[in-house]
Structure formats: structure tokens, C-alpha cells
Ligand binder design. Structure first.
Ligand SMILES: *[C@@H]1O[C@H](CO)[C@@H](O)[C@H](O)[C@H]1NC(C)=O
Ligand SMILES: *[C@@H]1O[C@H](CO)[C@@H](O)[C@H](O)[C@H]1NC(C)=O
Ligand SMILES: *[C@@H]1O[C@H](CO)[C@@H](O)[C@H](O)[C@H]1NC(C)=O
Ligand SMILES: *[C@@H]1O[C@H](CO)[C@@H](O)[C@H](O)[C@H]1NC(C)=O
Ligand SMILES: *[C@@H]1O[C@H](CO)[C@@H](O)[C@H](O)[C@H]1NC(C)=O
Ligand SMILES: *[C@@H]1O[C@H](CO)[C@@H](O)[C@H](O)[C@H]1NC(C)=O
Ligand SMILES: *[C@@H]1O[C@H](CO)[C@@H](O)[C@H](O)[C@H]1NC(C)=O
Length: 352
């Protein structure tokens, strides 16, 4: 027990051992990537893409035409924003209706980030699984690119994309590879269906326990590190906020859809709050929602649907863009929606 804890702490302290989780022996599960740093001026910008839903309507005109539009959305927004990192919050494809396969679809949808030489990380959604496409296939399809920081979570964690990425201070500054300035956490809220049957849509207890333990170990080693959480399904806590959002002018953004939360409350949001680390949570799933609001110690946000797949109901697609400054990671942070037509809307300054 003691030696495992020691290994865990060693893993925390040694940047190149961190990828794939904090336990050193699990490193083989994922390719090693070079550490990610803030820019020398202390900034770090993240562009999020959610609910792209590639691969629909094979053999039709509309499916491939939607994917061409989604690719343009990504190329344009990356060109306008030139982010330091890109995050996909699930439903990259509509795997349950797809044939041809997930590898080809992944290659297609990643073209904008691969061509632009961006670094990115994903958490998968309920449509990133089907009879012919497993999450494992999707994961290895993206991990073959050096830009992918997406990881298979540690052994014993239910779901695939349960992991974190440390973001270090600017290269060359004191301690710039020892203590992360920011941590990006990814959680797999699962769901969907394959030939074995339906898969429950919630962040599993094993993952909540892993988060609590890991956050506690980080706190013991480094002190609290400001963090952001990304997952696909909203939690129960989104619903009362959504239902009363008209009373909250400080919570801008689209609210044109219902909230379908995770199927079970495993204490996940409570753990995010109790960690004292998480500054904001970002989800997708309900395509017509794109708001941000403060809740207890963090901001709860929907990202803006980016893909033209997944049903066209007239909403302008876009991306939630996060701007971070290393000097002010505990303070209010600005994010906004960059729409596919170039307009910036829904600027949100977190109050917590
Ligand atoms: C900080 O540096 C980045 C990367 O070089 C650059 O894109 C950004 O515009 C700079 N921001 C400011 C406020 O200078
Ligand atoms: C799954 O693959 C089989 C061939 O292995 C094919 O017949 C079937 O149509 C595919 N299903 C879908 C939903 O594409
Ligand atoms: C999926 O596509 C890739 C790339 O074209 C190919 O190498 C692979 O054999 C295909 N897999 C299946 C199951 O069709
Ligand atoms: C770097 O920071 C540590 C403590 O954070 C300090 O002990 C050390 O002297 C610093 N090194 C330099 C070169 O400034
Ligand atoms: C269906 O998905 C679950 C969860 O990812 C996985 O454990 C199971 O092996 C899959 N079944 C098939 C037939 O791929
Ligand atoms: C983090 O560590 C500090 C110092 O040991 C402790 O006071 C604090 O309660 C810890 N925070 C959490 C959320 O565990
Ligand atoms: C972009 O789309 C938004 C929302 O549909 C609209 O309000 C805005 O006027 C559009 N901007 C341009 C430049 O067309």
C-alpha cells in the first residue's frame, strides 16, 4: 500500500510519468506526449467543439454535406481563434448509424486539428459507440496522431475517457515542469448502445472515487491546483439553473432545449465542488443549450453545438472559447461563444 502511494506521488512529481494517470505502472496504456505549457505571456486559450455527429446518412446527400459544413466550422473557428488547445466534449460522431468505420470517420473529423498542428483532447459521448464502432477503436484512431492527448483511463475505471492533463507554467520559468498551473480533467459519462445492449449514462462511482483520491493526492503534493472539468452529459445540478435562467441575466447563452442529465447521481458534482479545485465544468449533449451560470464554487456551462450533424433545427453552430491567464486562474475567468459566422456572443465572466 505504502509503495503504491509512493509511486503515485513520484508520478505526480515527474511530468513525463503523469500521462495515463498517476500510477507509474499504468503508463503503457497511453502514448507519452510532451508537456503542455502556458504561453510565455501567461495566456492559454482553449477552443471547444461539441456534438459534431459525423458519419450520419451514409449514401445520402445530407449526411456527408453536413460533415463538410462541420469541417468548415472547425477550420474557420481555429483560424479566427488560434487556440493553444482544443477540447472535444463528446458525440464526435453518430456511431450507431455508421458504416464505414470509426477510424475513417475519426480521420475525417480530426482533419482541422491535425492540419493546423493543434493539440487536443476528447471525452466521448453516448453516440461515440455503436454495433460497428467501439470507443477503443475511436481512441486508437485518434491516438495515432501526436496531437491527441486523449487517454484511456486507469484500469478499473468504468468508461474510457477518464483522465487529466496537467498544463505547466511557461517553458523556462522556475519550476515550469514540476508543478502544473492548471489541470484539465476529462470524465466519461458513457451512455449509448452496442450489440451487448444499452450502457448507462453517468460518471461511474469508480471514477468519482478515483477523482477524489487523485485530487486529494494532488492537493497534498502541490496544494490546490485550479482545474477545469469536461464531460458530455450534464448533471442534475444543471436542471434547476436551466429552469430559472430567465431570472439570471448574468447567465448568458442559448437555452432552447431540455436538460437530460446523467441517469444517476453518483455524487460526481458534489465531489467536483468538494475538491476545491474545479473552477468550471463544460458539457454538451443538449444541442439547443449553450449557457453558463455560477453554481456554488464553479461555473456550470454548456458548450455550443459545433456540428451540423445531429439534427438541424436552425441553431447557429459555434464553439465556447475559454481564455485563461496564469496570474488569475482562481479569479473570474472569461469565456465566450464564437459562432460559425464569426460573430462573438454570450461573453461570460465567472463570478466564482
Ligand atoms: C500571448 O501569446 C500568444 C501566443 O504567442 C498570442 O497568441 C497571444 O495573442 C498573446 N496574448 C497577449 C495578450 O499578448
Ligand atoms: C455493421 O456492420 C455490418 C457488417 O459487418 C453491416 O452489415 C451493418 O449494416 C453495419 N451496421 C450499421 C448500423 O452500419
Ligand atoms: C476501417 O478503415 C480503416 C482505414 O481505411 C481500415 O484500415 C480498416 O481496415 C477499416 N476497418 C473495418 C472494420 O472496416
Ligand atoms: C525556484 O523556486 C524554488 C521554490 O519555489 C526556489 O527554492 C528556487 O530557489 C527557485 N530557483 C530559482 C533559480 O529561482
Ligand atoms: C459494448 O460496450 C461496452 C462498454 O464500452 C463494452 O464493455 C462491451 O464489450 C461492448 N460490447 C461489444 C460487443 O463490443
Ligand atoms: C488541501 O490541502 C490543504 C493543506 O493541507 C488543506 O487545508 C485543505 O483542506 C485541502 N483541501 C481539500 C479540498 O482537501
Ligand atoms: C451570426 O449569427 C447570429 C445568430 O444567428 C446573428 O445574430 C448574427 O447577426 C450573425 N452575424 C453575422 C455577421 O451574420
Amino acid at each position: 500500500m505504502k509503495s503504491i502511494l509512493l509511486l503515485a506521488l513520484l508520478g505526480l512529481l515527474t511530468p513525463q510519468l503523469i500521462y495515463g494517470g498517476i500510477i507509474k505502472t499504468e503508463q503503457h496504456r497511453n502514448p507519452v506526449r510532451s508537456p503542455v505549457h502556458f504561453n510565455s505571456n501567461g495566456t492559454f486559450k482553449i477552443v471547444t467543439f461539441t456534438d459534431l455527429h459525423y458519419g450520419e446518412g451514409a449514401g445520402s446527400d445530407w449526411g456527408p454535406a453536413n460533415d463538410i459544413k462541420s469541417t468548415k466550422v472547425m477550420f474557420d473557428i481555429l483560424d479566427w481563434e488560434k487556440p493553444d488547445f482544443v477540447v472535444f466534449t463528446g458525440d464526435l460522431m453518430s456511431a450507431e448509424v455508421m458504416y464505414p468505420n470509426g477510424t475513417e470517420t475519426m480521420d475525417q473529423l480530426l482533419e482541422p486539428v491535425v492540419k493546423g498542428n493543434y493539440k487536443w483532447a476528447s471525452t466521448y459521448g453516448n453516440h461515440d459507440i455503436g454495433n460497428n464502432v467501439s470507443r477503443e477503436v475511436i481512441l486508437s484512431a485518434e491516438q495515432k496522431y501526436d496531437g491527441s492527448y486523449t487517454q484511456q483511463g486507469e484500469e478499473g475505471l468504468i468508461g474510457n475517457t477518464n483522465y487529466y492533463i496537467p498544463i505547466y507554467p511557461p517553458t523556462g520559468t522556475n519550476g515550469s515542469e514540476e508543478k502544473p498551473a492548471l489541470i484539465l480533467w476529462f470524465f466519461d459519462s458513457r451512455g449509448g448502445r452496442n450489440s451487448s445492449g444499452g450502457i448507462s449514462a453517468y460518471v461511474h462511482e469508480t471514477v468519482v472515487d478515483w477523482f477524489k483520491l487523485t485530487a486529494q493526492q494532488m492537493n497534498e503534493t502541490w496544494g490546490p491546483v485550479p482545474s477545469l472539468a469536461f464531460f458530455h452529459y450534464p448533471t442534475d445540478e444543471y436542471k434547476p439553473i436551466h429552469d430559472t435562467i430567465a431570472d439570471h441575466p448574468e447567465c448568458p447563452g442559448q437555452h432552447d432545449d431540455i436538460v437530460t442529465p446523467q441517469e444517476r447521481d453518483t455524487g460526481f458534482m458534489e465531489a467536483l465542488v468538494a475538491s476545491g479545485m474545479i473552477k468550471a465544468a463544460f458539457v454538451g449533449h443538449n444541442h439547443g443549450n449553450g449557457w453558463c451560470c455560477n453554481y456554488k464554487t464553479l461555473a456550470l456551462c454548456y458548450n455550443r453545438q459545433s456540428g451540423h450533424g445531429g439534427g438541424w433545427v436552425g441553431w447557429t453552430r459555434g464553439s465556447r472559447v475559454l481564455t485563461l491567464n496564469i496570474d488569475d486562474l482562481w479569479g473570474p475567468a472569461l469565456n465566450y461563444i464564437r459562432l460559425e459566422n464569426g460573430t462573438i456572443v454570450d461573453q461570460f465572466v465567472s463570478q466564482v
